[in-house]
Write a protein that binds this ligand. Sequence first.
Ligand SMILES: *Cc1c(COP(=O)(O)O)cnc(C)c1O
Length: 308
Amino acid sequence: MGIDSEFIWFDGELVPFDQANVHVLSHTLHYGLGAFEGIRAYTQPDGTPGIWRLEEHLERFLDSIRMMRLDCAYSMDDLIEACKLVLNKNGFKSAYLRPIAFLGKGALGLGARGNPLHVVIAAWEWGAYMGEDGLKNGVRLRTSTFVRNHPNSTMQRAKVVGHYVNSIMARWEANDDGFDEALMLDQNGFVAEGTGENVFVARNGVVMTPPSLNILPGITRATMLELMKEEGIPCHARLFARDTFYVADEAFMVGTAAEVTPIRSVDRIVLGHNGETAPGPITARLQELYNKAVRGQHPSMTRYITVA
Ligand SMILES: *Cc1c(COP(=O)(O)O)cnc(C)c1O
């Protein structure tokens, strides 16, 4: 499964995949100032695709652009229509959508302000981000030596292109050491998140997740909080250190790409009491509910935009 499609939306027009190119002197390519989103569309019961929580994703996209002090020429409505068009014209029933806003060619140098802001929306068919086995049996994490970006070094709530240098350093370190993913700590040593996923940890039926202080506040994280409220599963957003994982009953990571992925071990310490394998009961329940919700099969969760 590659990243191919027939058409990519590029500054308001559908462009054939092979022609959606940029100049090598594009500003963002050099300095990383730009914003992006990751969105998924799932096949709904009527067979058409529905884009899960599209407005929230696009709101964050526009916020990220504003936090970078850039101006987007497209409104929320323009972007909604563009996302629908990309899915329709490519004939996808389910897909990953990638809006990105980046500064093009004009001037280089950090003081350059006048470069055009290009907006692109691509889509492709994407399976499990952490692999099918990870989704089913859980992933192995290691605590990263790379500290999550300080809230005052960049705007942590924004999904900014350049932030992902920090994430990639951590992810590659973890992978080179034989782990699936990194657990990133913040500047004070508290648990922050994965490289592109928020984390949850449970013990004795009570769930904890880092507050939206030192993390990118994910839309999947918000969905989890809603689902837990409905299910009567207590969940607290608070700071905690990595030792919480070492004595946890179960844990999981969430994100649009990762969906609900169980965590099997942290720093080689297998989670759970009896050597039972991930996912634990809370993880399994939330995974089931999430998989239904995004496909339009959860009665109280209807926040998808139909594309037909
Ligand atoms: C995108 C992202 C997430 C997950 O956010 P969702 O809105 O759930 O997709 C979590 N952490 C980081 C660092 C991210 O970039």
